[in-house]
Design a protein around this ligand. Structure first.
Ligand SMILES: [Zn+2]
Length: 160
């Protein structure tokens, strides 16, 4: 008899996205993305961080500062964009993206332009923000399907 308590595809991919988020050095927000093909193969992953060569010890992780350059905002690359840029296999046309937080408008543009057709998100805590509203407006216009991940309530402990 086969095991019956194996994880579903959705749990697997959102789990991978959340595991990727644990790589983030951001003290306030950790977001992870997992991009998959239509036949359930993982194509790419990403988490929010600074671009290659931008030292986490030298660049600021602050949310507030005297000027914009002493905050993280001009420098940080979001998990969705990182996952798109990390992909080395060619086209992401028709792919599906799992993300732990609803994409901002900048990532939404990249998602649309990369040809990703489906977005599965967990948290939508900034749904009232202009960025999230702009994302939804662009997804609707471009025909990108998006729907919330349905939490199963499973708690997975991984000893590493
Ligand atoms: Zn973003």
């Amino acid at each position: 008899m086969k095991r019956e308590d194996y994880i579903s595809w959705d749990e697997y991919f959102m789990g991978v996205a959340k595991l990727a988020a644990m790589r983030s050095k951001d003290p306030n927000t950790q977001v992870g993305t997992c991009i998959v093909s239509n036949d359930n193969k993982i194509l790419s992953m990403g988490y929010n961080g600074f671009p290659t060569g931008c030292d986490d010890n030298l660049f600021p992780w602050e949310r507030d500062g005297e000027d914009e350059l002493s905050t993280k905002y001009p420098f940080v690359t979001h998990s969705e964009l990182n996952a798109i840029l990390n992909y080395r296999g060619g086209s992401l046309e028709g792919a599906k993206l799992y993300v732990s937080l609803f994409p901002c408008n900048e990532c939404a543009k990249a998602i649309i332009q990369a040809g990703i057709r489906t977005v599965v998100y967990d948290s939508d805590k900034y749904s009232a923000s202009a960025a999230t509203r702009a994302s939804k407006k662009m997804f609707d216009a471009a025909g990108v399907e998006y729907y919330p991940y349905k939490r199963s309530g499973k708690n997975i402990h991984i000893e590493i």
